[in-house]
Design a protein around this ligand. Structure first.
Ligand code: AMP
Length: 189
């Protein structure tokens, strides 16, 4: 049986969003992306959006308090009961600990953390290309470099966090979208 309470972990530009969308179609479970939810909040001009906008444009992390509340609300919705693909949350150890608590109350524990592994120089190139295609406000070179540093300092420790829980599956994210999806499918079996 394929695991359905999933987390995609990896640096910005590793392809988490793209791979998550393919998994949504295959597994019929929702993608939960705090980045997408925050961008929607910014676009809608909500209180959360107003607080998050400048931080996001700089490539810094929005506060744990805000992001945990956003994720908890989304995980509380009925369509997450049958499983979900977390994409971009958690990004800090306090967020990971909060997630453990939320899932203990709601759906049940995480079943797998798929960590996408890619070299940093490759990532910067990919992100600058995405900037041309999607026009995201935080895909300029300064913000991209900062997001890499933030990933290294704040998020990379989660690899060990999930390894210690016996949930980690590392997947080489270099290659075509289909190749990477196939590798993910294999580790989820
Ligand atoms: P993403 O689309 O996942 O790359 O997220 C875009 C931006 O949203 C990040 O650079 C952060 O500023 C913010 N963000 C998204 N998810 C989180 C999170 N879990 N914790 C803190 N900030 C986040």
């Amino acid at each position: 049986m394929t695991a359905t309470r999933l987390l995609l972990l990896g640096p910005p530009g590793a392809g988490k969003g793209t791979q998550a969308k393919l998994l949504v179609a295959k597994l019929q479970i929702p993608q939960i992306s705090t980045g997408d939810m925050l961008r929607a909040a910014v676009a809608a001009g909500t209180e959360v959006g107003k607080k998050a906008k400048e931080t996001m444009d700089r490539g810094d992390l929005v506060s744990d308090e805000i992001v945990i509340a956003v994720a908890e609300e989304r995980l509380s919705q009925a369509d997450a009961r049958g499983g979900f693909i977390l994409d971009g949350f958690p990004r800090t150890t306090p967020q990971a600990e909060a997630l453990d608590g939320i899932l203990a109350r709601l759906e049940g524990p995480l079943e797998c953390c798929v960590a996408l592994v890619v070299d940093e120089d490759e990532l910067v190139g990919r992100l600058l290309k995405r900037a041309e295609i999607e026009g995201r406000a935080d895909d300029n070179e300064e913000s991209v470099r900062n997001r890499m540093k933030v990933y290294r300092d704040e998020t990379a420790p989660l690899v060990a966090y999930y390894r210690d829980q016996g949930l980690l599956a590392e997947v080489d994210a270099l290659g075509s979208v289909d190749e990477v999806q196939e590798r993910i499918a294999k580790v989820l079996q």
